[in-house]
Design a protein around this ligand. Structure first.
Ligand SMILES: [Zn+2]
Length: 73
């Protein structure tokens, strides 16, 4: 009997930890609203040009980095 209870408590603690690790809602909102740039290679949405440059250098080092103006709509 006690074993089952301990298991339940362990799961409750794990859920509490998972909730604490989840990013706050405001951050999620900012991420979905701020992504105005799209990587031309893998089409991932990125918040700003600086991050696009970092992404291109890290993920597609052989690709030319498009100028910032090419992302303006
Ligand atoms: Zn990419």
């Amino acid at each position: 009997m006690t074993r089952g209870l301990q298991k339940l408590q362990a799961r409750a603690n794990a859920e509490k930890r998972a909730a604490a690790n989840a990013p706050p809602k405001s951050q999620l909102k900012a991420m979905s609203e701020g992504n105005k740039f799209k990587c031309p290679k893998c089409l991932i949405m990125i918040a700003n040009y600086k991050l696009i440059v970092q992404h291109m250098e890290a993920k597609h080092p052989k690709e030319p980095i498009p100028p910032e103006s090419s992302f303006k709509v």
